[in-house]
Design a protein around this ligand. Structure first.
Ligand SMILES: [Zn+2]
Length: 400
């Protein structure tokens, strides 16, 4: 289980009446902020320690009794202001500590605010989100442009004014999910290989991002030139440079392809599972294949991971044991030699391309426990059409 947090931003259109209420409340929060800060400073001077959130809340209650205008602020808004002051103080104490350890930092007190341009309701109850309106306690219903469905349970709601008097709502939600399908697209398992770069559980095949035979033989030729030259000679140095240039050039092209490929993938799927490969193991003694595969797959999965988040995609690795020896339909484990291209199950009779079978197993493994979901079921809506990358034959077709 993971908790998926999402933040939504919507343009809001408060009425003139609401605007003046909001402006007034922002003004009050600014005053409250500065009062709390002043109080905290005094407390620090007198006692040498922080004015805690608990102290603050007690003090706010007294303040409301003394100055009733602060009652206009919703208790949650007050609480949020207190949180901010308290966090400002924590930072202050952190800086003091750093200075004690000899770091050169300025440990000035948190600053007073000359204006506040947002109000935050940190809990449910202080706000209620409707279809086109949000109800803010002690303010009222405010229209907003709901251009995106809000998923999950709203946790906080903030309204903010820009310098040009535009208003925005920021709503953050939380949702329990087993698999965070955040960009609303499908899930796939991915089997990495040598001949086919990767086979996805929806049948898509990614081709040819390893070094090509032509590229490889060019490099080999340049390497042979080096070994023919006498050590320390000028000609040898030249040959070394030529080799390095070529190598660099090929690496750049490969890198570029991997970037594009990973970019397409995280934008085509919301969930990608791959084998956490002990790659060297998998490749056995096939030295050349290993060198090629290892470097490229490592980079590829790194790129996937770091591009995933902003694309609303989750990338996970799973235990690679027996992914190619297991029947993706019935779970039967049986021996299959490296040369066999088709997995034919002895138990249930299923027959599937070897790599496709493995990729379905990888997805099953990553999503197991998800209400009996099955990688070849609805959860893995084939997205082969969407995933087709037309560029330079990098990908994909439906190999089923
Ligand atoms: Zn089977």
């Amino acid at each position: 289980m993971v908790i998926v947090k999402t933040t939504y931003k919507f343009r809001a259109y408060p009425s003139q009446v609401h605007k003046s209420m909001l402006n007034h409340q922002m003004h009050l929060s600014k005053q409250l902020y500065n009062l709390l800060l002043e109080k905290s400073q005094e407390h620090f001077k007198d006692y040498g320690k922080a004015f805690t959130k608990f102290d603050m809340n007690k003090w706010i209650t007294q303040l409301k009794r003394k100055s009733p205008e602060f009652k206009e602020l919703h208790s949650q808004v007050c609480q949020n202001v207190a949180d901010r002051v308290s966090n400002g103080y924590k930072q202050f104490f952190r800086r003091i500590k750093e200075r004690e350890t000899g770091k050169k930092v300025r440990a000035g007190f948190p600053r007073f605010k000359s204006f506040v341009s947002s109000l935050t309701f940190p809990q449910e109850g202080g706000f209620v989100i409707g279809k086109k309106k949000v109800r803010l306690s002690k303010i009222g219903n405010i229209n907003f442009v709901n251009h995106r469905d809000i998923e999950g349970i709203p946790k906080t709601c903030a309204i903010k004014k820009t310098k040009t008097d535009e208003w925005y709502l920021t709503i953050s939600t939380e949702k329990d999910d087993i698999v965070p399908f955040t960009n609303g697209k499908g899930a796939v398992g991915m089997d990495l290989g040598i001949k086919k770069y990767a086979v996805l559980s929806d049948g898509s095949v990614l081709h040819n991002t390893h070094m090509s035979v032509k590229e490889r033989s060019k490099l080999k030729r340049l390497q042979r030139v080096i070994s023919r030259r006498k050590k320390g000679s000028r000609k040898r140095r030249k040959a070394v440079i030529a080799f390095a240039r070529k190598y660099e050039h090929i690496s750049k092209i490969k890198d570029d392809r991997l970037h594009k490929l990973s970019h397409r993938l995280v934008n085509s799927y919301s969930f990608i599972a791959y084998e956490g490969l002990e790659i060297a193991n998998m490749m056995g003694n096939h030295r050349l294949a290993r060198n090629i595969g290892e470097e490229s797959w490592g980079k590829f999965t790194d790129y996937l991971r770091y591009k995933a988040e902003s694309a609303g995609c989750a990338v996970v690795s799973v235990d690679p044991r027996n992914t190619s020896k297991t029947c993706s339909d019935c779970g039967n484990i049986q021996y299959i030699s490296l040369s066999e291209r088709t997995f034919a199950c002895n138990k249930c009779g299923m027959s599937k391309d070897r790599d496709l079978n493995a990729s379905v197993n990888i997805l099953n493994r990553a999503t197991s426990g998800q209400g009996g979901s099955n990688a070849s079921g609805d959860n893995a809506r084939p997205l082969a059409r969407e995933a087709v990358v037309k560029e330079r034959g990098t990908i994909i077709g439906d190999s089923r």
